[in-house]
Ligand binder design. Structure first.
Ligand code: FES
Ligand code: FES
Length: 907
């Protein structure tokens, strides 16, 4: 075949798909987001026609012209018009889908462009919500094109829509994600952080049992397979327990996990690891391993798990590495952790109310579906240090735990993330790094592990499913008198993020409203199912769905406008927060902008912008509010270093990670603003444990609030040093280049708000919900980069709409994940989503850099209740479970209609 104009001599292996063949030939712009033709990340042109190369046999491309994203660029200086358009509209975030999007778009006819929902039905983007992609294709730039020349943007100011510095690499397929450096050695790679030789491949044999004891493992047949280098089992595992969840304080999570455990607690848990010369060999060897299991009784839902006499998943109490009892003593009733609080007297509050509303709400298990799956490549460098190149949000926390588990000094391990293809909290876990470290230490050779999409569903983490009972009482004028929450979260087989998610779930959902009488009871429960973990919103979306739905119902019961009800009861600027514990919270509420947000959304809905409803469909509007504390309460540190460069520019070394959240762009702006240079003159290097001081990492929406503050402080310190040097009469040409460090301890917390509004139409005959208008107003403080913030909000709303309307990881009664491929899961494509109008309240945060508040997670949280409230307004039916799939809506509406008919006949 001819690839990008060059003839290829190699023959593909029997059965090899075009995607893997092209990647092996070095065309790593061809990405892998699935294995089944569902995501479009692998799109290439075959004789000018776009194909999903993962579905196309490489042998059938013989004699044909193949074009990848690398071949789309006409020459070194001129991008393809579609690449230009994606840059101008910033039609990407993490960039993992972008090459496929561009390849599909570049082949569209005018007629196809006129029907984008159909034209892009084979391409998934998990980050953007498609707003900027649609703009790119429709030729609507979001940034000034003359600011995005190859050398980077030239607009250096806070509040400017500076484009992402990685943009040119993203749209040309040059951006290197972890797996992209795996096929070659450092000598052959342009990337200095590549392994010294092409890596071996690791595959995992996984448990078919929900709960079992491994009696024996026989790997003799597997080891006899030529090309198999090692088989690792529980006998090879370090004895140190850990949590896959990574937090600033490791004791935040129970120590309940081993690299390879002799007890398996969910279908899909690691049983053995095979290291071999190729992926195919490693998979074949997994099939040759004989494992004898002693099956144990399993519990696959929280009610069974908490029943008297239920089998215990973790009968031994968790202890910290110091030998202290963990705060999460597993045992009784499989309860991983529980929280009970009461301030005032909730029952008295309900007794004093003119109306009380109580209902139980249920949220489902959903998956992050970051388009890049978890991937790690490990090796020993020339000095013998262990290097892990990995797709993580938390490089320093990975390094620290790998060191503890394997007994290594911190200076003997380096963790590098570089570009990460989406995270959403799912990469705040150690799911691949530990087993790769074990394999490298055992074999002495570079080793790569790339999870498949099926493994992401069956063995990575999900959002915690929750059952939330809300009881609210209020007087006739709409004043809340009592608020009670009872929450049960299913944390799955391990307690990673179980305590943190539970804590967060009952925090801002409760503190957002003033009420003297509050009561909370909550528990996270172990079950023999795939573990839950961190996911954008961190538990809050589940409880906000319940509370904001209940607020809506209570307001209706009192004949009070739901928005007015919220205005009356929402926390006001300067008021103290109360989470029901009776303890004062160290969180500033001075900058609250929620009332502005409510005004903006109400006005937008009243203006009736958006689509017209189809004839005969019921229509309605709904709003919901969510609050977010700006920094996690458990501690979060940021450290940055800013240095002069010999070329007169500046380098910023930041510990936080870039995974499409835009931090590298904003850090560039922060440094430029402080040092008075152009943003293009600041190069940002992130996520490398060798290049900056310890940083807790990119979670909890801290990339700007904490890491950005550290960067501003480093830049200020450097500015002072430069001024001092100038005062002494010297300059950079006279001597050594200056650098300075900045630190943020993450203790100054405030709150941010998001308010979502929807206008929907609902078809009773089919159950379809069509979003006619979507608007979100955000209390984001100073808007550092309007285009990036808009993109974050659009993406958050889109991801939340997917979870509200379609997405569900289905687990059967035996504990087996049934949803194993993307097409069964229904990540929204462009056709599924409305445009979301994004509005900014006018606020300034007292602590964030230049007054900015975080806005990575917050846009997700109010979406599901706003949608449910709009559907309630349209249909009169309160839906209390997610997702609001067509079949559910249809059967519910039909049942209600039948009941109404029966009642009218009786009358
Ligand atoms: Fe080919 Fe997903 S990797 S469609
Ligand atoms: Fe599309 Fe991340 S930018 S998947």
């Amino acid at each position: 075949m001819i690839v990008n104009g060059r003839p290829i001599d190699d023959d593909p292996r029997p059965g090899q798909c075009l995607r893997t063949f092209l990647r092996e030939q070095g065309w790593t712009g061809v990405k892998k987001g699935c294995d089944a033709g569902d995501c479009g990340a692998c799109t290439v042109h075959l004789d000018g026609t776009p194909v999903h190369s993962c579905l196309f046999p490489a042998i059938r491309a013989a004699g044909r012209e193949v074009t990848t994203i690398e071949g789309l660029t006409l020459d070194q200086l001129a991008l393809h018009p579609v690449q230009d358009a994606f840059l101008a509209a910033q039609g990407f975030q993490c960039g993992f889908c972008t090459a496929g999007m561009i390849m599909t778009t570049a082949a569209l006819t005018d007629e196809q462009r006129a029907d984008l929902p159909r034209a892009l039905k084979g391409n998934i983007c998990r980050c953007t919500g498609y707003g900027s992609i649609r703009d790119a294709i429709e030729g609507k730039p979001r940034v000034k094109t003359d600011t995005i020349m190859v050398n980077g943007p030239v607009v250096p100011a806070i509040g400017q829509s500076v484009p992402a510095p990685a943009g040119p690499d993203v749209v040309t397929g040059k951006a290197q994600f972890t797996a992209d450096i795996g096929r070659v050695s450092a000598a052959a790679s342009e990337d200095a952080d590549a392994p010294p030789t092409a890596p071996l491949h690791l595959k995992l044999l996984r448990s078919p049992h929900a709960h079992a004891w491994i009696s024996s493992i026989d790997a003799a047949d597997a080891m006899r397979l030529p090309g198999v280098v090692a088989v690792l089992s529980y006998e090879d595992s370090p004895a140190a327990k850990f949590s896959t969840a990574r937090h600033h304080n490791a004791d935040d999570d129970p120590y309940d996990t081993l690299v390879l455990d002799r007890t398996v607690r969910f279908i899909g848990q690691r049983v053995a690891a095979v290291v071999a010369e190729t992926v195919g060999l490693a998979e074949a060897a997994c099939r040759l391993i004989t494992v004898d299991y002693e099956a144990l009784p399993a519990v696959t839902d929280p009610v069974s798990a908490m029943a008297p006499g239920a089998p215990l998943l973790h009968p031994a109490p968790s202890v910290t590495p110091c030998g202290d009892p963990s705060p999460y003593p597993a045992g009784a009733g499989n309860v991983c952790t529980e929280i009970h609080r009461e301030a005032g007297d909730a029952e008295a509050g309900f007794a004093a109310a003119d109306a009380v509303y109580s209902a139980t709400f249920r949220t489902q298990r959903v998956q992050h579906v970051a388009l890049e799956t978890h991937t790690t490549i490990g090796w020993r460098d020339g000095t013998g240090r262990l290097v892990l190149r990995t797709s993580t949000q938390v490089p320093f926390l990975i390094r620290d735990e790998v060191c503890r588990v394997f007994g290594l000094a911190k200076d003997l391990v380096r963790v590098v993330a570089k570009r990460v293809g989406g995270g959403f909290g799912g990469k705040q876990e150690m799911l691949t790094e530990d087993i790769v470290a074990l394999a490298v230490l055992r074999t002495g050779r570079p080793v790569q592990l790339e999870l498949t999409r099926e493994e992401e569903f069956t063995a990575a983490t999900t959002r915690h499913p929750m059952e939330v009972t809300v009881t609210l009482g209020a007087t006739g004028d709409g004043t809340l008198t009592g608020l009670a929450l009872d929450v049960t979260a299913d944390t799955g087989a391990y307690g990673n993020h179980g305590p943190g998610v539970l804590f967060h779930a009952i925090e801002e959902a409760v503190t957002a409203y003033r009420c003297r009488n509050k009561r909370v009871a909550a528990r996270a429960v172990y079950t023999n199912t795939v573990p839950a973990g961190a996911f954008r919103g961190y538990g809050l979306s589940q409880t906000v769905f319940a509370v904001e739905s209940a607020i809506d119902e209570l307001a209706r019961a009192l004949s009070v406008d739901p928005a007015q009800f919220r205005r009356r009861n929402l926390i006001q600027p300067g008021e103290a927060l109360s989470n029901g514990s009776g303890e004062a919270e160290d969180v500033s509420t001075e900058s609250i902008g929620v009332l502005d947000c409510l005004d903006l959304v109400e006005k937008a809905l009243a203006d009736g912008r958006g689509l017209a409803a189809p004839d005969g469909w019921a229509t309605g509007t709904g709003i919901a509010v969510a609050m977010l504390d700006t920094i996690p309460p458990g501690g979060h540190l940021g450290r940055s270093r800013v240095a002069e460069r010999p070329d007169g520019k500046y380098a910023a070394f930041v510990g936080t990670a870039e995974f499409g959240n835009g931090t590298s762009t904003v850090h560039r702006q922060l440094v430029a603003d402080v040092l008075g240079c152009e943003a293009a003159d600041v190069l940002v290097f992130s996520s490398d444990t060798d290049r900056s001081g310890h940083d807790t990492g990119a979670y909890g929406s801290t990339g700007i609030a904490v890491a950005g503050t550290a960067t501003v402080r480093a830049a200020l310190a450097l500015a002072d040093a430069i001024a001092a040097r100038a005062a002494s009469g010297a300059d950079a040409r006279d001597g050594k280049l200056l650098e300075a460090e900045g630190y943020c301890d993450g203790t100054s917390r405030s709150v941010a708000f998001t308010v979502q509004g929807f206008r929907v139409a609902v078809c009773a005959a089919t159950g379809e919900i069509r979003v006619l208008q979507s608007v979100q107003a955000v209390d984001a403080g100073t808007v550092l980069n309007p285009v990036q913030l808009r993109g974050q909000v659009e993406g958050g709303v889109a991801q939340a709409l997917g979870a509200a309307l379609f997405e569900s990881v289905v687990v059967d009664r035996a504990g087996r994940v049934v949803t194993r491929v993307l097409r069964e899961y229904h990540v929204p494509v462009l056709a599924d989503l409305p445009r979301t109008e994004v509005l900014f309240a006018s606020t300034v945060d007292p602590f964030g850099p230049f007054g900015a508040k975080p806005m990575s997670e917050a846009p997700f949280n109010p979406v599901a209740p706003a949608l449910a409230n709009a559907v309630r307004d349209a249909t009169g039916v309160r839906f209390t479970s997610l997702p609001l799939r067509r079949d559910t809506v249809y059967t519910t509406l039909q049942a209600r209609a039948a009941s109404q008919r029966a009642t009218s006949q009786e009358e």
